[in-house]
Design a protein around this ligand. Structure first.
Ligand SMILES: Cc1cc2nc3c(=O)[nH]c(=O)nc-3n(C[C@H](O)[C@H](O)[C@H](O)COP(=O)(O)OP(=O)(O)OC[C@H]3O[C@@H](n4cnc5c(N)ncnc54)[C@H](O)[C@@H]3O)c2cc1C
Length: 403
């Protein structure tokens, strides 16, 4: 039987978009990807791709390229206040890879170019659905009609806003914290390490990029008012961070000095939580549907798994979108729920609430627990964190996912 709904618009060429486009093109669909960046550059911030995410990339035939462009996850060093020697945490994610987000997207787009049309430097401005299709207007390209529309356009998804309307605003859940991220030269001279230090209501994580020439700095601050970074120029962001971290010791004074001159990303920590990921002929995938919060370190794998599930279900249903969207949600809900439950846990761990004494006590307790988990790891125990994504029914899609 011929497939229906072949012509598909995918908004977003980050992680989920190219993976979805690749598999759909391989199975007779005609995907068009619209990406707002005119010249999507390599580089970007550091993401860890979990083993489950790497499984998707291996099936797509790009796993080795991703490993070569990235590196294994660095050791985690928890610097308990007042101690010189950090507690070294067991590496929970054996098989995971750390890579710059832009490098990952470039590799995925390279792979997905066969049979995929790209509209770069453009975005969707309106989506009007009728019984047989969807009329889409773009900021630059002439309007076109598609059978289906996919929002793979990240946590601030324009497609979600256009199709779910005012409801979309209720979907962002603030985790009572703001995250600042910037990168600097590796003036500390450290190698293959992620160093963490916390104080009451704030924390600092410093991670080496693969190759160890640069450091990524993440500053997580409890704050019940979401940051309004759009209203803050770079100088205002510098001053904001200098004010919040100005009294702190450890490596912070040097990091704040190095920060001046760096581009600082400052954003509220939010999750996207929706009751349903599709409406009519439009469906959301990746962060657009269920952003998990950067500190949880799960969003990339979720996006890769979600794109795989959506492609698989559309192939199985021969383009019948109602059947496919229903089965896609059923395949992904449990994994997304588990990953999102980590957001508040990581916020609590990296920016603990409480007085100095309470945080001190908590750090001691955590140190003992961490020591115990390191011992257990030596006997083969794994952290619960590693298991997120193990519910994903990868075998269900094996038939259609031959590289
Ligand atoms: C600082 C930071 C650190 C992170 N660390 C990790 C980590 O360690 N591990 C992890 O798994 N995840 C991490 N994440 C989350 C991870 O980056 C996302 O979960 C993942 O990229 C989601 O993939 P996606 O394809 O859904 O969205 P994205 O990768 O965000 O891709 C969306 C694409 O859509 C494009 N776009 C946006 N709006 C439009 C529009 N209107 N029209 C057209 N195109 C548009 C964007 O340019 C982008 O290319 C981190 C995120 C941040 C911000």
């Amino acid at each position: 039987m011929p497939i229906s709904n072949r012509n598909m618009l995918i908004a977003g060429g980050g992680a989920a978009g190219p993976v979805l486009a690749h598999w759909l093109a391989r199975h007779g669909f005609a995907p068009t990807v619209v990406e707002q960046a005119p010249d999507p550059a390599a580089g970007g911030y550091l993401v860890e791709v979990s083993p489950q995410g790497m499984g998707v990339l291996d099936r797509m035939g790009v796993g080795e390229r991703v490993r070569a462009a990235g590196g294994p996850l660095p050791d985690v060093h928890s610097h308990i206040s007042g101690r010189e020697r950090p507690i070294v945490l067991p590496q929970g994610h054996v098989g995971a890879v750390a890579i710059r987000s832009g490098d990952l997207s470039s590799i995925l787009r390279d792979r997905a170019d066969d049979g995929v049309e790209y509209l770069l430097g453009d975005s969707v401005t309106s989506v009007d659905e009728d019984a047989d299709g969807v009329d889409v207007a773009f900021a630059h390209a002439p309007p076109r009609r598609f059978d289906l529309v996919v929002g793979a356009d990240g946590p601030d998804s324009a497609v979600r806003g256009l199709v779910f309307g005012a409801d979309a605003e209720g979907h962002a859940e603030h985790l009572d914290a703001n995250l600042a991220t910037f990168e600097v030269d590796n003036f500390l001279g450290v190698s293959d390490v992620m160093m963490c230090h916390v104080w009451p209501y704030r924390g600092c994580v410093v991670t080496t990029f693969p190759g160890n020439d640069r450091l990524e700095v993440e500053l997580l601050m409890r704050n019940r008012t979401p940051a309004a970074p759009a209203e803050m120029d770079l100088e205002a962001r510098y001053r904001f961070l200098e004010e919040v971290y100005g009294e702190d010791g450890w490596e912070v004074p040097g990091l704040l000095r190095a920060m001046r001159g760096a581009d600082v990303r400052l954003a509220p920590s939010t999750q996207i939580r929706m009751d349903v990921w599709s409406r009519g002929r439009t469906v959301l995938v990746g962060d657009a549907a269920h952003a998990a919060d950067p500190m949880a370190g799960q969003g990339t794998a979720l996006a890769l798994m979600g794109a795989t599930a959506l492609a698989g279900e559309l192939v199985f249903a021969e383009g019948d979108h109602e059947r496919a969207f229903f089965s896609y949600e059923a395949a992904m809900r449990g994994t997304v729920r588990a990953a999102q439950s980590l957001g508040p846990v990581f916020t609590r761990d990296f920016a603990p609430e409480g007085s100095r004494g309470e945080v001190w006590l908590r750090e001691r307790t955590d140190a003992a627990l961490l020591f115990g988990s390191r011992l257990m790891a030596q006997y083969g125990a794994r952290s619960a964190y590693e298991y997120v994504g193990n519910d994903f029914p990868a075998d269900r899609y094996a038939r259609i996912l031959a590289p």
